[in-house]
Design a protein around this ligand. Structure first.
Ligand SMILES: [Zn+2]
Length: 360
């Protein structure tokens, strides 16, 4: 049984501030109708959304302000089968139903799991409309209705505009929880209607220790993964997956050589690594790894600004350049979700990075 004050590690591992903000709002009867949970992929935003849904839908609410975690409602939220818990997430259109089931199953097993798909997912505007139509009805079980929109930044602008009307005037007893690891892509009008809860990147040391403790990887790899995961536990678990290890090494070495050699050899390397058959989620992961390597290179620049970065050919970065490079990577990652060949997106990104860095 968890105590009233301690965050359940199952829902809020190393996210005490987020837990405190939500728990205090509940205690004071001040829960917002719309939340935006932001933070690194795998930091526990979905887990926290599940916890908040349990707070609102638990059948043993008289036990206090915390959900019991064991009643039928709490368990059905874990399984994704509670009829007043509506989950919307980006899915590949053709295989949507199978992928949705797989996603909910993975999240039931571990709410921190980072789930990816072989085909390009999107958050179709029709699905947003369907969700809002559902929420406009009375609740099935007689209590509140709770909706989570995962990776809300993947909604189109039209989808966000449709959603905006509902969060401005939410239907009776309806709560919205949006999650995003890239909230800059959410309309300011939507963001301003939501109360933002930040999930901080977890300290790499804590992640490495937990990886070793749970025997998910050997100590040497644990330190590297903890650096690469961007502070999200779920992302660390995913990176520890043996199947992804070789791919991670390929994209890491591509980054390390991208700013030293000629553009020609870089393009040839991209052609080799990003064949037509490369799965969509692997391409996305490549961008994530590069984002994390950029972050590592920046941290190295701050702590060791006398010499060029030892780990890669990337020159020492000032804040403006680092930020510009970060946006180039984020934009490149975003173009994967529109009609651009992954290989072209990768090439365009690296050429833009080289230009920004003044590489010959
Ligand atoms: Zn309960």
């Amino acid at each position: 049984m968890q105590s009233d004050s301690a965050p359940s590690p199952q829902h809020f591992w190393r996210q005490e501030a987020a837990f405190k903000a939500l728990a205090e709002a509940k205690d004071r009867g001040r829960l917002a109708r719309s939340y935006l949970f932001t933070g690194p992929t795998g930091a526990g935003k979905w887990a926290a959304a599940q916890w908040l849904a349990k707070v609102l839908l638990c059948e043993q609410a008289e036990a206090g302000n915390r959900p019991c975690l064991i009643c039928s409602a709490c368990r059905r939220i874990d399984q994704g089968t509670h009829l007043d818990w509506h989950a919307l997430l980006p899915l590949p259109k053709v295989t949507a139903e199978d992928d949705r089931v797989a996603f909910l199953k993975a999240k039931a097993a571990d709410p921190f799991a980072v789930v990816s798909f072989a085909k390009k997912p999107n958050l179709a505007i029709d699905w947003v409309r369907d969700l809002l139509a559902e929420l406009s009805k009375t609740s099935v079980e007689g209590g509140a209705k709770v909706s989570v929109i995962a990776s809300a930044d993947q909604m189109t602008l039209d989808g966000q505009t449709v959603l905006l009307k509902s969060i401005e005037e939410p239907p009776l007893d309806t709560y919205f929880i949006l999650t995003s690891s890239d909230p800059a892509r959410i309309l300011p009008t939507v963001r301003s209607r939501c109360q933002t809860i930040r999930f901080a990147p977890v300290d790499p040391g804590a992640i490495a220790s937990r990886l070793i403790e749970m025997e998910l990887t050997d100590p040497e790899d644990a330190a590297l993964i903890a650096q690469l995961c961007g502070g999200g536990w779920g992302q660390a678990v995913r990176l520890a997956d043996e199947k992804l290890k070789a791919w991670r090494q390929t994209v890491s070495s591509l980054w390390n050589e991208a700013f030293m050699g000629s553009p020609g050899s870089l393009i040839a390397e991209i052609d080799r690594s990003f064949s037509k058959n490369r799965a969509f989620d692997e391409v996305v992961q490549a961008f994530d790894v590069w984002g994390l390597l950029l972050r590592r290179d920046c941290a190295d620049s701050v702590t060791d600004h006398e010499r060029p970065n030892a780990a890669s050919g990337m020159p020492v970065l000032d804040m403006d350049t680092a930020w510009a490079c970060w946006r180039i990577l984020q934009n490149g990652r975003a173009t994967l979700y529109v009609n651009v060949m992954p290989r072209s997106a990768v090439k365009g990104t690296f050429l833009a990075l080289r230009r920004r860095l003044g590489c010959q």
